[in-house]
Design a protein around this ligand. Sequence first.
Ligand code: ATP
Ligand code: MG
Length: 318
Amino acid sequence: DSLGPTVTVGEILVEIVAKQTGTGFLEPIDLIGPFPSGAPAIFIDQCARVGGAAAIVGTVGDDDFGVVNTERLKRDGVDTSAIAVSPEYPTGSAFVRYREDGSRDFVYNIAKSAAARLEWTHEVEALITRCGHIHVMGTVFASPAAWEITEHAIALIKARGGTMSLDPNLRKELLTHGQTEEKFAALVDKADLLLPSGEELFLAAGVETENRAIEMLFNRGVKEIAIKRGKDGSSAYHRGGTHTNCPGFLVDEMDPTGAGDCFGGAYVACRRLGMPLEKALEFGNAAGARNVTRLGPMEGAGTRAELEEFITRTARRS
Ligand code: ATP
Ligand code: MG
């Protein structure tokens, strides 16, 4: 979009994955990684890969894990000028092991890592004052610094005529901490585009049926809603009356991490590039589905050409 790049703010991590399913990390096991990760990093990488102008505000440590992520984002075309390097804290990390039933065990180092040490620097100021869109992810509720920077950035970007999207990425349990509930409601009120999955649509609207929720959110100022439905695909609604569904692509799920973030990155980029709802939704679906076929949180993020090819040769659920 001519107004300037899409920006997101938040945790830049590496992920180290257990090669075999099972429970926990209580004995030596085979691991693979580091893979570049962190919901905002996955989102923005996919955004850039489909051809959207993209930038991120984040902090890494002065270590190889930081280089792994920053180099990947750079390679894929993300503006990394507002990624700071902490001289003191290590790059954030997450060890992940899938259990047989699909649930996961984690060992995190995020809250006490560089990922949580965001600051409003000159580089951040210079970037934000030329951005046209901000994508906010629910992970901001876990980091006071990310929240502060995001609020400030939303105000600046909206003041220059920019727009805002919100991927709630929230579970009901997280919302019961009073403050978060109010902050979440305030974000929904500022959002032009919402990208909920599962119960998040109902949490955002405060009602329990899809049609009612969409109507309520449009009345609160939201202009567009893209609903993620996992293997069943997605739907998009525009306040102007347009509505479209996209069935899921039939794929073998290797690693579900990052599907929602890739969907969002592709959808936001395609809409900002001027594509109609149906086209953006198809790219979003393809981005999410392609990403789950690769091990590693953003290893399956596709370029526009790769997604076009994926769309042509992959069957869909009907
Ligand atoms: P996450 O679990 O990463 O938070 P999410 O809940 O936000 O994700 P999902 O609905 O799981 O979002 O995935 C986003 C999109 O990716 C879906 O709408 C769908 O198009 C695609 N997708 C995800 N999983 C699959 C799958 N197993 N098969 C086909 N497509 C998938
Ligand atoms: Mg999600």
